[in-house]
Design a protein around this ligand. Structure first.
Ligand SMILES: C[S@@+](CC[C@H](N)C(=O)[O-])C[C@H]1O[C@@H](n2cnc3c(N)ncnc32)[C@H](O)[C@@H]1O
Length: 278
C-alpha cells in the first residue's frame, strides 16, 4: 500500500525536529522497512496506519521507538582502522609528551552507538599505553537511550565480534558466556556513557584531547554540521584532535580546523595555536 506523502512528511519532520537527521524525499522504502515490525507490534495494519496514529497522539514512548528505528546505529570494532592507527602511532604519542605533567588524557566518542567505538579506544589505550600513574577517561554519548543501554552492557554477539576485533584483543578483553561475549570489566570502567543530542544545546562539558565524531554528521544539514563543529571547537583542547568518519569532510564547513594526515587517514586540529608542551 505504501506510505502516503502526508504521513511520510510527518515522519521526516518528527525525525528532523528531534534529532536533526534529514531523511531524503525518496526514502519511503527505508521507512517501510524500518517501521514494519513496529506496525505489527502495535496492531497497525500498515506503516502508513502507524504514522496516522502517531500523528494523532501527543509524543510518547511509541514516537521514541519510531525515532530509534529511523536512526542508523551501524558500527563495529576498530571501524575503518586508519583512525585507530593514527591514534596509536601519531596522536597519542604526541599527547603523552605534551601532557607529561597532568598525566591525564580525555577522549570523547560523540555518537557512540552500541559502544564498539569507545571500547576500541579503551582497548587500544590499555593494550598499548598502560603507563604508571596515567589516567585515561573515555566519555561516550549518543542520542539514543536504547543503544546506550546496550553499550553499557558491553555484551556482543558473535557477528559483532567478527567485525573488526583482532583475535588477540578478543582473547585478552572478552569472555564468552552462552551465545554472547562480554567485555572486560576494567575496559568497561574506563568508559562513561551519557545521553546527548548533538543537535540541541549541550550541557556544560569538560574539555577533551581527542574527539571522535564519526558517521553522524552525514545525516545532518549543513547548518547543523557547522553548529556542531563550532561547539566541538569549544570543548576540544587547543592542541587536541578531531576525527571524523571516512565519508565526512571539513571541506567548506569550518575553516578554523587544520587538516592533518596519517597515511590515508585525515584528521583535524584547531588552527591558530602552536601545540604547547607543559
Ligand atoms: C552510524 S552510527 C556511528 C557510530 C560510530 N560513531 C561509528 O562511526 O561507528 C550513528 C550514531 O549517531 C547517533 N545519532 C544520530 N543523531 C544524533 C544526534 N542528533 N545526537 C547524537 N547522536 C546522534 C545514532 O543514535 C547512532 O548511534
Amino acid at each position: 500500500m505504501g506510505i502516503a506523502l502526508q504521513q511520510f512528511e510527518y515522519l521526516r519532520k518528527l525525525v528532523r525536529d528531534h534529532s536533526a537527521i534529514v531523511i531524503d524525499h525518496d526514502k519511503q522504502y527505508l521507512a517501510e522497512s524500518r517501521l514494519a515490525s513496529i506496525a505489527v507490534e502495535t496492531s497497525c495494519s500498515s506503516v502508513d496506519d502507524l504514522l496516522v496514529r502517531l500523528r494523532s497522539e501527543p509524543f510518547q514512548a511509541m514516537h521514541g521507538k519510531v525515532l530509534e528505528a529511523m536512526t542508523n546505529n551501524e558500527t563495529w570494532f576498530f571501524r575503518d582502522l586508519g583512525p585507530f592507527q593514527a591514534l596509536e602511532q601519531q596522536i597519542i604519542p604526541q599527547l603523552l609528551e605534551r601532557r607529561a605533567r597532568q598525566r591525564k588524557l580525555r577522549f570523547w566518542s560523540a555518537a557512540a552507538s552500541s559502544g564498539q567505538e569507545p571500547y576500541s579506544i579503551a582497548m587500544l589505550l590499555h593494550n598499548n599505553f598502560a603507563l604508571p600513574n596515567w589516567t585515561y577517561e573515555i566519555h561516550a554519548t549518543d542520542i539514543s537511550n536504547a543503544i546506550l543501554e546496550r553499550a553499557r552492557l558491553g555484551r556482543y554477539s558473535q557477528m559483532e565480534i567478527n567485525r573488526g576485533l583482532p583475535a588477540a584483543l578478543l582473547a585478552r578483553y572478552f569472555r564468552q558466556q552462552g551465545l554472547h561475549w562480554f567485555i572486560d570489566a576494567g575496559i568497561k570502567q574506563a568508559v562513561t556513557f551519557q545521553l546527548l543530542n548533538l543537535a540541541q544545546p549541550w550541557p556544560a562539558m569538560e574539555t577533551y584531547d581527542v574527539v571522535f565524531l564519526r558517521n553522524v554528521l552525514i545525516y545532518f544539514d549543513l547548518d547543523t554540521r557547522r553548529r556542531i563543529l563550532a561547539n566541538i571547537r569549544k570543548v576540544l583542547q587547543p592542541d587536541g584532535f578531531l576525527i571524523l568518519g571516512c565519508a565526512e569532510s571539513m571541506l567548506s564547513l569550518d575553516a578554523s580546523y587544520e587538516r592533518l594526515t596519517f597515511r590515508t587517514t585525515t584528521y583535524y586540529r584547531p588552527k591558530g595555536k602552536e601545540p604547547s608542551h607543559d
